[in-house]
Design a binder for this molecule. Structure first.
Ligand code: SF4
Length: 351
């Protein structure tokens, strides 16, 4: 079979599988409102569908239109986003809503190029919005699509190399269905998520008879990656200092990933420390009492593992901690914290 013939066969059979066997339900599937499509795509960047679903529903309920989101306060949007991580997405969400509502009369750009100009949108997200909301012919290329294409066409170029990305994008562009680019994009992503998974279900795969990787016994070797991600780790020691039923906290104003979120007094280290010795060292001269130490909690980010230890400390009423606000447990519950702290507070609520 020629290369073109095999491409046509792939698209035809993928769409057949989509019509007859694809039962993956998601509330934004088939959605044409660009606001809802955009919102779902931003939430799903670096987030699993199961987790993103809950956030999508919360956002749509609270902000049913782009105008309502554009008018929201940053703290309110951050609180709703809490636990989802990668907060630059949340900042860009608000920025984009304000641009569209205030500068463009509430009208979302309807071309790939116009969508790509918006904050926080890369080629994948622009292609997804352009095809789902406006049926534009732009092929998406995410982890699922790389995996399906790499295996079916037995392409062993690394998916994270410049040459690999170009070859895969060309292939994806050749395969997309002219009649329904949005439905095609959704179908190939669903196929990668439910059949051609990292541990694939080749036994029930309708593409098996022409799958290059299956025929040459290379399924587990594909897709290939050139670089290995080096994983680092960091230790965060949080001092939860209470004074008359209030807690010291502050908003992070630095340019890091937690900008705009709240935190307790933080001591950062590249390795584990003895919390009692740390307390003595950092707060030795102050009239404070260490009343509890948590177990080690962990949050895995893409390149770094963050370990967190929480030290509960009591402070006499007359003492003040410079640079920090005081808030009751109720007030703190309305603030957004990084995921590690929010999860700890959810398991160990303050009173
Ligand atoms: S046969 Fe296996 S590797 Fe090939 S497309 Fe199907 S699920 Fe993926």
């Amino acid at each position: 079979m020629t290369d073109k013939g095999s491409q046509k066969w792939f698209t035809r059979n993928l769409l057949k599988w989509n019509r007859e066997k694809n039962h993956r339900a998601m509330p934004w599937k088939g959605e044409k409102d660009p606001y809802k499509v955009w919102l779902s795509e931003i939430i799903l960047q670096q987030t699993r569908v199961e987790q993103g679903l809950e956030y999508y529903n919360k956002f749509i309920l609270k902000f049913p239109t782009i105008h309502s989101l554009a008018k929201a306060k940053e703290d309110t949007v951050f609180k709703l986003w809490e636990g989802l991580g990668y907060y630059s997405r949340c900042r860009n969400l608000l920025k984009t809503a304000q641009i569209i509502a205030k500068e463009r009369g509430g009208v979302f750009p309807d071309t790939y190029e116009g969508i790509l100009e918006l904050p926080g949108i890369g080629p994948y997200t622009a292609a997804a919005i352009a095809s789902f909301a406006f049926n534009r012919k732009h092929a998406v290329l995410d982890g699922n699509v790389f995996r399906v294409l790499s295996r079916f066409f037995a392409i062993d170029l690394p998916i994270d190399s410049g040459q690999g990305k170009k070859i895969f994008q060309d292939k994806a562009n050749q395969l997309i269905d002219e009649g329904g680019p949005g439905a095609y994009n959704q179908a190939i992503m669903d196929f990668g998520a439910t059949v051609c998974k990292p541990l694939p279900d080749c036994g029930s795969c309708p593409l098996r008879s022409r799958c290059g990787a299956f025929q040459s016994d290379r399924v587990v070797d594909l897709p290939r990656k050139a670089k290995r991600i080096e994983k680092k780790s960091v230790w965060h020691y949080y001092f939860i200092i209470s004074k008359n039923g209030k807690y010291h906290y502050r908003k992070r104003e630095d340019s890091g990933i937690w900008k705009g979120l709240h935190e307790f007094i933080l001591f950062e280290s590249s390795g584990p420390l003895n919390p009692e010795l740390l307390f003595d060292k950092v707060l030795r001269a102050k009239p404070l009492e260490l009343i509890g130490i948590s177990d080690v909690r962990k949050q895995q980010l893409t390149h770094i593992a963050v370990h967190g230890v929480f030290l509960h400390v009591k402070m006499p009423a007359f003492f003040r901690m410079e640079g920090y606000q005081l808030g009751t447990a109720e007030e703190l519950a309305k603030k957004a914290f990084p995921r590690l702290i929010a999860a700890y507070l959810s398991d160990n609520p303050l009173h």
